[in-house]
Ligand binder design. Structure first.
Ligand SMILES: [Zn+2]
Length: 508
């Protein structure tokens, strides 16, 4: 995700589990975690009595036969419960994390693999306790971003386990000046912001017959793949710190509790300088977070996001959450997260009042990721075109709706001036640099989607997108899914487009 990650890979580093008094306290804590949902208890059977022998008033009650143990019904998704202490001045975070993980993979699991992305930075991630179903785990490995823990007994399909982790983060400074960074890093702190992105250990997706999916990081683009999960996070931080987060917030004493259902991850940005503007569209509260003196840009981001939520809800299907946080990032990039996106401070600085500006089209783009990435996820390393082509093309749909006279300008300023070349279906590692990668995946991708739309017509095109969203909601899409569903909505021959845009034309 950033230009410096490739220099920070540290392989072969094992961290020793530190058993301490904290462990005892933590095991007690995890025993009080949320109980998995289960069926209603069996109705107690009355002890058989002859009412002719015994007055009815003295009939024994509740002298039941032994009740069979209820079979736990596995959760639909993993549940992450996090208790987070963010010490803003110290730039540190301490976390108690409990994850209930249901095995819906259709095969037994003999180990678990979690992504621990903060461990890519020296001295950032400090694990203090790890247990599975209450038993401390000593024989785990932590190698770069990969934490692997064997299971003492296989986890059968349809069963659940509970992973308890306690750790601290010492946040890295977001380096603004490294000339080798093609894209700035987002995770860490600047002089006016703390960003927690991909900051907690999470169980990576498991592909039956293939195994755990955790790709190597790359210095631009995204490499992580996310299973949808539920989040229940309680955050405590210093007075005066304004927090933008992925979930729906409610006060919890001096803390704030956030909940997020079927999210891909949970992102947080905090700053004592944040100002906010909010609006409601449908049942979604959109909030724009920005630094002082950027209120006009903050208003544009708010308006664009709200209009995009309305438009894409009509064209693609319902927005997946109750909130959307559009957050000014103190770095030069935009980036999507669950119910949350970053918009670069540089785009606010460049904004000149024209609708053809990065502030507007990147806001429309990042909002579209709540459908393509958040609702329908994809393998961002292997098939980045699946979400990026659709989100770039969503900008075109935004402009044709709200600024139809600006469509030629959008094509030129956003895409054509770069004379994009390259295959749409490259992996994130194959682009040869941020610009050629973007040209191929985002911009040629948008042209491919445009040509498909022109070939099959608007009615079939939007019916396809709605059906694609509906069939893959909460899942991880593949190109085979994309073209299978497309073919359910058109009989048109588009093989020439596949040959023109794809290095390996898919065979739907
Ligand atoms: Zn994007």
């Amino acid at each position: 995700m950033s230009g410096s990650l490739h220099k920070l890979h540290r392989r072969g580093r094992w961290q020793n589990l530190q058993l301490s008094l904290c462990m005892t306290a933590f095991l007690v804590l995890t025993a009080c975690g949320p109980a998995p949902a289960g069926p209603a208890p069996a109705i107690l059977e009355e002890f058989p009595v002859d009412p002719a022998d015994t007055p009815a008033a003295s009939l024994p009650t509740n002298t039941a036969a032994p009740t069979p143990e209820p079979t736990p019904v596995p959760l639909e998704r993993p549940l992450y419960t996090l208790t987070v202490m963010l010490d803003y001045p110290a730039k540190t975070v301490s976390v108690d994390q409990t994850t209930i993980y249901p095995n819906h993979n259709g095969e037994p699991l003999t180990n678990l693999v979690l992504a621990v992305v903060p461990n890519l930075w020296a001295g950032c991630f400090n694990l203090t306790a790890l247990s599975i179903d209450g038993a401390p785990v000593g024989n785990y490995s932590l190698d770069g971003q990969r934490l692997e823990a064997p299971l003492s007994q296989p986890l059968a399909p349809g069963s659940m386990l509970t992973i308890s982790i306690q750790y601290t983060l010492t946040l890295p400074f977001i380096d603004q000046v490294d000339p080798n960074q093609e894209r700035p890093r987002i995770f860490g702190y600047t002089n006016r912001q703390i960003n927690l992105t991909n900051w907690y250990p999470f169980v990576v997706p498991h592909r039956p017959g293939h195994g755990w999916v955790l790709h190597d990081p790359w210095y631009y683009g995204e490499h992580l793949v996310y299973q949808a999960a539920d989040y229940d996070l309680t955050l405590t931080t210093n007075p005066g710190v304004v927090v933008a987060a992925s979930g729906l917030a409610e006060a919890a004493g001096a803390s704030t509790r956030y909940t997020l259902t079927a999210g891909r991850m949970f992102a947080i940005s905090a700053s004592p300088e944040f100002q906010t503007l909010s609006t409601t569209v449908r049942d979604v509260t959109v909030t724009s977070y920005f630094f002082p003196f950027y209120e006009s840009g903050g208003q544009v981001v708010l308006d664009t996001s709200a209009r995009a939520v309305e438009l894409y809800s009509q064209r693609y299907g319902p927005y997946p959450h109750k909130t959307l946080a559009a957050v000014m990032g103190d770095f030069n990039d935009g980036m999507e997260y669950s119910a949350f996106y970053f918009q670069s401070r540089d785009f606010y600085n460049l904004y000149d009042g024209s609708p053809i500006s990065y502030l507007v089209f990147v806001s429309a783009h990042e909002t579209a990721h709540q459908w393509w990435f958040e609702t329908v996820a994809n393998d961002q390393a292997e098939y980045p075109w699946l979400d990026e082509s659709l989100c770039t093309y969503s900008e075109r749909i935004f402009y044709e709706t709200y600024y139809p006279d600006q469509i030629p300008n959008w094509w030129y300023i956003r895409i054509d001036q770069y004379n994009p070349q390259g295959w749409v279906d490259i992996q994130v590692y194959e682009g040869g640099g941020f610009r050629p990668y973007t040209n191929a995946v985002y911009f040629r991708g948008a042209y491919f989607i445009e040509e498909v739309r022109l070939r099959i017509g608007d009615a079939a095109f939007f019916a396809f997108l709605q059906d694609y969203r509906s069939q893959l909601a909460g899942k991880i899409s593949t190109p085979q899914d994309f073209f299978r569903i497309l073919n359910q909505h058109t009989a048109a021959d588009y093989s020439d487009l596949l040959a023109a845009y794809f290095s390996t034309p898919p065979t739907p």
